[in-house]
Each structure stands twice: as C-alpha cells, then as structure tokens.
Design a binder for this molecule. Sequence first.
Ligand code: SAH
Length: 225
Amino acid sequence: MNVSLSSADADPYSGARELMVERQLRQRGITDERILEAMRQLPRHEFLPPDKQEEAYEDYPVSIGWGQTISQPYMVALMLQLLEPAPENKVLEVGAGSGYVAALLGMLCSSVYAVEIVPELAARARQTLKRLNIHNVHIIHGDGTLGYPAAAPYDRILVSAAAPTIPPPLVEQLAEGGKIVVPVGGRVYQTCEVGTKMNGELHMRRSIECLFVPLRGEYGWKDNI
Ligand code: SAH
C-alpha cells in the first residue's frame, strides 16, 4: 500500500518524546523550560543504534555499545538543570558517548566541546551530529579527565561519568564564575556535585544521588570494572 506521509508520520517518535517530557521530566520537578523544550525537540532515538531505537524514550539508561549507556532522560535533565546553561556559554562535556547530551548543550549554549575516550563512539557521535545538522558541537576523541586545553576556558563543564575525585585539569580549565557538574563517589552510587569557581577556587555543594558508568583515564578509575 502506498500512503503519503503526513508531517506527524515523518517522526514516529514525536508522541513518545512528548510523553517523556511530561511524565518523566515535568511531573518529577524539572522546571527549566529551555531544557524541557530542547528535550522535546531533539530526536533522542537518532543517537541510538538501530536495534535500540524503540527504547529511546523509556525511563532508563539504554546501551549504546562498548559497555556504555545513554543516560536516563530524567538524569540528563537533572544534570542539565544543575548546570544552569546560558545561551552565551562555551561548554565542555567529558564523556560524549552517543553525543545526545552534547547536542542538547549545543541547543542551550553557544558552543560545545565534548570529549569521548572510546574512538568508535566518538566517530559515531560525530556522524550523528552531522546528520542532524548540528554544527556548534565538536566531538574530540581523547581522555576528557585532561579536559581540552585548546578551547579553554569553559563557562560550564559537565562530567557524564562517575569520577573518584574532581580531575584537577577541569578545575584549571573552568572560567572564573563558571560552573561544573560532576558525579563523585563510589562506583555503585555517586553524589552529583555542583562546583562554582570563585577567586580561583572551587566551591562545592552536594546535590542528588546518581548512578553513572565509571570515568576512566588519567584521573579516573584505574582498574577494569
Ligand atoms: N553523555 C553520554 C552518555 C555518557 S556515558 C550520552 O549522551 O550518550 C559515559 C561516557 O563516558 C562513555 O561513553 C565512556 O566511554 C566515556 N568516558 C569514560 N571515561 C572517559 C574519559 N576519561 N574521557 C572521555 N570519555 C570518557
């Protein structure tokens, strides 16, 4: 049967995405309208491998291969809300994974540098962003615990993997008055910490409990888990 596609059919997931925003985010206390709108617009399924796309809008993290996951939508929204992204900000993300969070940051801020340690994931994230015509997000393959000095300083830094402690290069590369959000703690649970750099020093406050995959690299976890 040959049917012409209406614009609603062009994105079969737009309804699921709307429900995700209302039920998983707004009803649980995400209030930042810019974040809600960005998550309503960005096609999250495009960041998943074809066999996982049907799970894109579920209320849990989804595997993206190489032992890594795209974070649960609610966790993404909470981290972004803690980061308080502003349109003029330059942002560093550590742990680009699928590129989904980096793309959201690209919608909320002026430019994004996102570092990913697994080369295949970095390559795939780069392709996805190109396909979606997102041009202000740069994916860099490397160890993000060293930051990305070439584009420093950053107004905002988001660490998307669990760190044993805050990597010192990230503190150095954070601009004065800038904010960093990072899950710190054990490998089973962590606490999301929010730091603000004032007079060259980081002032931390602890926020919610969270659960992320381990950060590797120079200032990450050393052993294989
Ligand atoms: N923000 C991602 C999901 C993050 S999962 C998304 O939107 O899909 C955490 C990612 O951090 C994984 O892809 C993992 O490979 C990466 N990672 C772990 N240690 C890292 C390091 N030292 N530098 C850069 N990336 C790292």
